[in-house]
Design a protein around this ligand. Structure first.
Ligand code: PEP
Ligand code: MN
Length: 342
């Protein structure tokens, strides 16, 4: 298996906890590196906020004793300097950091001239430009060894996940930067131990380069992110499933089977575009009538009726209501824009 598996606790909590988890993960040949958070400013204050520098000392000692590699989150220039001084040169930018170009810039200054490998988590909000921007800033600072980490996005409605996956945002990143490896962090995405395997499988099907998973020797006692951490044994199960997921036996055969289906999709997409063009043309004619009658462009009652009617049809045909609602809102917004600007 040529996938990268980064696993380890959300936070270092004690020397024993780090030692226990290190021994368990060292015994798993698929585990590439051990993650461990040392600075943990929480979304809301008052909880355990990490052990700081002493934990880096334990990481250095255990790395020497067992020949393992650790990576750590950095959010301040001092964190970069401290990690590097303890021999930890794989560092990650957390979602809150990637969101803030001021912080990314400060970290870039501290990283300049180092040989660090940087993992860049997606920003908290689904703005692919912030993610790309952080990667570009690091590259400008001479950091070329970069990996993206998709951990999901904080939305008003996360559809049962801690952070909504929005796979399409990560796909956009992959489209822009196809050469960059991308890992999935199913722990922060799902926020629940029982979702880790499911999300890991989804990432496998989307051909991600690996996983970053939170693993704790006793998840129920974890001081941070207890609900989403899994035991080393559970990680072994996730990896076994991941590794045994079947790839097509013959890529050529699969490509042949896909060809007619892909050509159908192409035709349907072209029809959709043609229908949308027709819809927008009618919308512009409506704009003229409204303008002449001094009617406002936005008609709340008509829009509510349309939405109900379309949602009823779509759900009766088996389409997802949330997806349909979002799509209709997009089409309607574009229609309103054309009527206003048209
Ligand atoms: C973490 O990895 O422990 C963490 C805080 O992640 P994120 O930045 O994805 O919230
Ligand atoms: Mn965490």
């Amino acid at each position: 298996m040529d996938k990268t598996i980064i696993a380890g606790p959300c936070s270092v909590e004690s020397q024993n906890q780090l030692r226990d988890v290190t021994l368990a993960l060292k015994a798993m040949p698929e585990v590439t590196m051990i993650r461990a958070g040392v600075w943990k400013p929480r979304t809301r204050p008052g909880a355990f906020e990490g052990l700081g520098e002493p934990a880096l000392g334990w990481m250095r000692d255990l790395a020497n004793e067992f020949g393992v590699k650790y990576c750590c989150e950095v959010a301040r220039p001092e964190h970069v300097e401290l990690c590097l001084s303890y021999g930890i040169d794989t560092l990650w930018l957390g979602a809150r950091t990637t969101t803030n170009p001021f912080m990314v810039d400060e970290l870039c200054q501290a990283l300049r001239g180092s040989q660090a490998h940087l993992l860049v988590k997606n920003p908290v909000c689904p703005d692919v430009r912030l993610w790309l921007g952080a990667l570009e800033r690091l590259q400008k600072a001479g950091i070329d060894d970069l990996t993206a980490v998709h951990r999901g996005f904080s939305m008003y409605n996360n559809h049962g996940y801690r952070n909504a996956p929005l796979w399409e945002v990560a796909m956009e990143l992959r489209h822009e930067r196809p050469e960059l490896p991308i890992l999935c962090d199913p722990s922060h995405m799902g926020g629940r131990a029982d979702l880790v395997g499911l999300l890991a499988r989804a990432a496998h099907q989307l051909d991600y380069d690996g996983l970053m998973v939170e693993v704790h020797p006793h998840p129920a006692e974890a001081l941070t992110d207890a609900a989403q951490q899994i035991t080393p044994q559970a990680l072994a199960d996730v990896i076994a499933h991941w590794a045994s997921m079947p790839y097509p036996t013959s890529v050529a055969e699969a490509a042949r089977a896909l060809e007619p289906l892909r050509s159908k999709i192409d035709d349907i997409d072209h029809d959709l575009i043609s229908l949308l063009t027709q819809r927008m043309a009618v919308s512009k004619r409506i704009a003229t009538v409204k303008r002449e009658a001094h009617m406002p462009v936005y008609q709340q009652a008509r829009w509510a009726n349309m939405m109900n009617d379309r949602l009823r049809q779509a759900t009766s045909l088996g389409l997802d209501a949330d997806f349909m609602k979002e799509l209709l809102e997009k089409i309607h917004a574009e229609s309103v824009r054309l009527q206003i600007e048209g």
